[in-house]
Design a protein around this ligand. Structure first.
Ligand SMILES: Cc1cc2nc3c(=O)[nH]c(=O)nc-3n(C[C@H](O)[C@H](O)[C@H](O)COP(=O)(O)O)c2cc1C
Length: 218
């Protein structure tokens, strides 16, 4: 068994095949570039290209992070996510809306970093998102809200069964605990790996009604 450090050192990193990209010719708005990159990730068959790591801070200022699905990027460039208000991330965002999203598309050697501030969407928008989910996922929201994070397996199964039956009786049932959040970015960085390790970085910073752009090194 090789030493772990040696084993990790032997593994290749940034193995993707990056498409041609000239940061000098990047669009004025990061939304346009993000959508282009997302489409390229989808075309290359990246698994779950809409998955990102959401970073938040808790009430003690300690960072927390987890993977979730990004639902949309609105016309005004806000990134939409959805979660339960009772979850750690839901509580953290309600108390400290500053957050970050990190995407990594390995086959393209690309990553995007978004920093911004989240605000809850209207209850109607959250309800629309909730009803678009699979009935089993909806049942889990009701069951988790009722049982909390540490319900026993038996109690959880009972609550899920109960919730499924309620949804079958009333398919329009909406949980008020499901919240869509819109993250308004103030910084979006596009990163693309290079074979010579002189990786490409372009950061957009919100500036008045528009964006400024800067190249970053290393
Ligand atoms: C690929 C993937 C997609 C996920 N999508 C979501 C999602 O859209 N919303 C969500 O609340 N959790 C999602 N999760 C689960 C979260 O990573 C996390 O475990 C859960 O939300 C609890 O996080 P919290 O305790 O920090 O709130 C996803 C996990 C993975 C691996």
């Amino acid at each position: 068994m090789p030493d772990l450090r040696d084993l990790l050192r032997s593994l290749p990193a940034i193995v993707g095949d990056p498409p041609p990209w000239d940061p000098q010719r990047a669009p004025e708005d990061p939304r346009a570039l993000f959508i282009d990159w997302l489409h390229e990730a989808i075309e290359r068959g990246v698994a779950e290209p809409h998955a990102a790591t959401l970073s938040t801070v808790d009430t003690h200022g300690r960072p927390d992070a987890r993977v979730l699905i990004v639902k949309n990027v609105t016309a005004s460039g806000e990134f939409e996510i959805a979660t339960m208000s009772t979850s750690a991330k839901g509580r953290q965002l309600a108390a400290h809306p500053a957050c970050a999203l990190t995407f990594y598309w390995s086959p393209l050697a690309r990553s995007v970093r978004v920093r911004g501030v989240a605000r809850p969407a209207s209850p109607q928008d959250s309800a629309r998102d909730f009803l678009a989910r699979h009935p089993d996922s909806r049942a889990l929201v009701f069951a988790s809200a009722a049982g909390g994070e540490s319900a026993s397996d038996e109690e959880h199964r009972r609550l899920v069964g109960e919730a499924k039956a309620r949804i079958e009786r009333d398919p329009d049932l909406v949980s008020p605990d499901w919240v869509v959040w819109r993250i308004r970015p103030d910084s979006v960085e596009f990163w693309q790996g290079s074979e010579d390790r002189d990786h490409l970085r372009l950061r957009y910073l919100r500036s008045g009604n528009g964006w400024s752009r800067e190249r970053l090194r290393a």
